[in-house]
Design a protein around this ligand. Structure first.
Ligand code: ATR
Length: 277
């Protein structure tokens, strides 16, 4: 029998029962015949550092981090990638040993790769991107869009101050507009991204005016419950290319899986089906 340790990974959050990541990673582990496990872990904030320092000794090679710990782990990590630092949050930790936790953020990567996959004709230089929302998810989206070369990000958030803060961090290519003005920016946008929780099952609907949508607009929603949000339905009816939010969840998981288990996973229909089980 091999003496090699079985690699363990997982996702830490609270609550965690709703997370689709265990289904996704279990699917990849099985597909590639890797002897490893990926475990959901409900950890409270006061236990977070102790848990993270203990996991490597138990055979963990890393973990994903989700709500509400994405910012807190930045203060615990020993090293932080540039992109995690820019976003101010981490979703992927790599354990080299108990005293070497590397914090990375792959949400922006997941967003842009999902966009390229779902809308292959989208070009960063096609025009402004209208981003709705200025929370943690928006930070990852905006960093990816700026990095991809979008000429302007028009940012609209209910709480304008949060959008202004984002502009301070991401610079001159961000233009903040009032939440009530969001509808008027739709027409000029080559890309429309909803990063708010509006439209999610159990949340209010997005009420931004969408009359300006046309066949040249690419529309993507980070909400993936339901998979076809009212925003995406309206966009499809207007002839837009639409990209659902499940793909971002799948693509953001690729770098972690590859680092932990030594195999770059592919995303196909079976992957989507596994995550939706
Ligand atoms: P996440 O990390 O997923 O982005 P978040 O930081 O809580 O989560 O951000 C949620 C986003 O949805 C914010 O942009 C929030 O707007 P505020 O900054 O004004 O809170 C937005 N949001 C949530 N409920 C909303 C509502 N009823 N109307 C408009 N925006 C809403």
């Amino acid at each position: 029998m091999s003496k090699a340790r079985i690699p363990l990974a997982g996702v830490i959050g609270s609550p965690i029962a709703h997370s689709r990541s265990p289904l996704l990673h279990a699917h990849w582990l099985k597909t590639y015949g890797i002897r490893g496990h990926y475990i959901p872990m409900d950890v409270e904030e006061r236990d977070l550092e102790r848990v993270l320092r203990t996991l490597p000794a138990m055979g963990f090679v890393g973990v994903n981090v989700t709500v509400p710990h994405k910012e807190k782990v930045m203060a615990i990590a020993d090293q932080i990638t540039d992109r995690a630092s820019l976003i101010g949050a981490a979703n992927t930790l790599i354990f080299r040993n108990a005293d070497s936790i590397l914090a990375d953020n792959t949400d922006g990567y997941g967003f842009i790769e999902n966009l390229k996959s779902g809308a292959p004709n989208w070009r960063a230089d096609a025009g402004p991107a209208l981003v709705l929302g200025a929370g943690g998810a928006a930070r990852a989206v905006i960093s990816a869009l700026v990095d991809a070369g979008v000429p302007e990000v028009v940012l609209s958030n209910r709480t304008r101050l949060r959008a202004e803060r984002l502009k301070e961090d991401f610079g001159h290519r961000i233009r903040v507009i009032d939440w009530v003005q969001a509808g008027s920016a739709v027409k000029e946008a080559a890309l429309l991204v909803n990063t708010t929780s509006l439209g999610m099952t159990g949340q209010p609907e997005l009420t931004v005016q969408l009359d300006g949508l046309h066949s040249g607009t690419v529309v993507t929603d980070l909400v993936y419950t339901p998979l076809q949000t009212n925003l995406l339905n309206a966009a499809r009816n207007a002839g837009c290319v639409t990209v659902d939010g499940l793909g971002m969840l799948l693509f953001q998981a690729i770098p972690g899986f590859e680092r932990w288990f030594g195999q770059r996973p592919e995303i196909d229909e079976a992957t989507r089906a596994a995550a939706l089980k």
